[in-house]
Design a protein around this ligand. Structure first.
Ligand code: SAM
Ligand code: SF4
Length: 335
């Protein structure tokens, strides 16, 4: 190809360098969390979903363009057949400095060791409550004890870092924020609290009513814990605090109350192969089409990725008080 511009790092119109890719490897999940999915979900037919080989090719293209960190997510990534093999292959990409995963923990009891062996360094496990009934109510199908066993298995497997992700909803689990931090402290792991994002239409609660801000969570936590702001960043949107006298850090992901878009360094590959330039906008490029219509043409694929940076929006437009503009659910997107 003669008309291709020389390839460089991925930089958008606002000068932000993109070095972090999140890949949703399946839209399917064994849970149906109330903030993430409708109770009655229809999942994509197989031919619309990227194959494992296509995902690997895309991961390689991004790595060759300067992406240093890849997060594998979903849906529940560990329910996809062949996920471990894919992780192993991505873990072997030499220029990548970090391969991480976000999971609901349901499969960790049996898969934690293999994940570690596959090259996964850090692992995020979602856990919104320590109360078995509430856990069932929030996840609709999940079993708390299974996830707790999964967390112990992950600890034994020896990941560099384990972090709990907790979405906090007023009057569902907001009274548990101190207990969740205590759980993290007792297990010497980290925890991030996430404000719910308006992705997809949910039936079970009114998102505006259920909003519980990071500031409220912080105010609750300082009643019990001494939090000291940390300058450390992990390449994600969390603002971190150290819990004095412990090894635990508490993060806050606050899309509503503290906009983090100016430092955004990431893009997402949806399960359908759409490169999504922003979680809170629909600007995207169909990379599945590029991969499928020009198999083996890495230069063309990389050019499509470089060009996509030009449409990365400046910021998300989430408004929790309005009906969601973004109809795609988090499981498609890869949280
Ligand atoms: N199934 C895995 C899990 O639950 O960890 C990975 C995929 S899940 C979509 C990734 C993260 O997104 C989870 O921590 C989940 O709590 C979070 N999440 C899902 N829907 C969300 C929403 N509407 N707002 C904020 N976070 C959400
Ligand atoms: Fe599944 Fe994760 Fe969504 Fe819960 S948050 S339904 S575990 S994909």
């Amino acid at each position: 190809m003669t008309n291709l511009r020389p390839l460089s790092q991925l930089i958008d119109r606002y000068g932000r360098v993109v070095d972090y890719l999140r890949i949703s490897i399946t839209d399917r999940c064994d849970f149906r969390c109330v903030y993430c999915m409708a109770e009655d979900m229809t999942f994509l037919p197989r031919d619309q979903v990227l194959s494992l080989e296509e995902i690997y090719t895309l991961a390689l293209a991004f790595a060759e363009l300067g992406v240093k960190k890849i997060r594998i997510t979903g849906g529940e990534p560990l329910v996809r057949k062949g996920a471990l093999e894919l992780l192993k292959n991505i873990g072997r990409i030499e220029t990548l400095s970090e391969l991480v995963i976000t999971t609901n923990g349901s499969q960790l009891e049996t898969m934690a060791v293999q994940l570690k062996e596959a090259g996964v360094k850090r692992i995020n496990i979602s856990l919104d409550t320590l109360d078995a009934d509430k856990f069932k109510a929030i996840t609709r199908t999940g079993d708390l004890s299974q996830v707790l066993r999964g967390i112990q298995a992950a600890k034994l497997a020896g990941f560099e870092r384990i972090k709990i992700n907790a979405v906090i909803l007023k009057d569902r689990n907001h009274l548990e924020v101190c207990d969740l931090v205590q759980f993290a402290v007792d297990n010497s792991i980290d925890i991030s609290f996430i404000e719910e994002m308006p992705l997809g239409v949910v039936s079970q609660h009114d998102r505006s009513e259920a909003y519980y801000s990071s500031a409220s969570i912080k105010a609750d936590l300082v009643q019990k814990f001494a939090l000291v702001a940390s300058s450390e960043k992990t390449g994600g949107p969390s603002n971190y605090f150290n819990v004095t006298g412990t090894q635990t850090r508490v993060g806050f992901i606050s899309p509503h109350s503290e906009n983090f878009c100016s430092t955004c360094n990431r893009v997402r590959l949806t399960v359908e192969g759409r490169l999504l330039l922003c979680l809170g906008n629909e600007h995207s490029v169909d990379l599945k089409q590029v991969v499928r219509s020009h198999p083996g043409n890495m230069a063309l694929l990389k050019q499509a990725i470089v060009d996509a940076m030009l449409i990365k929006p400046e910021k998300h437009e989430f408004n929790i008080h309005e009906q969601p503009v973004i109809l795609r659910y988090m499981n498609m997107t890869g949280g």
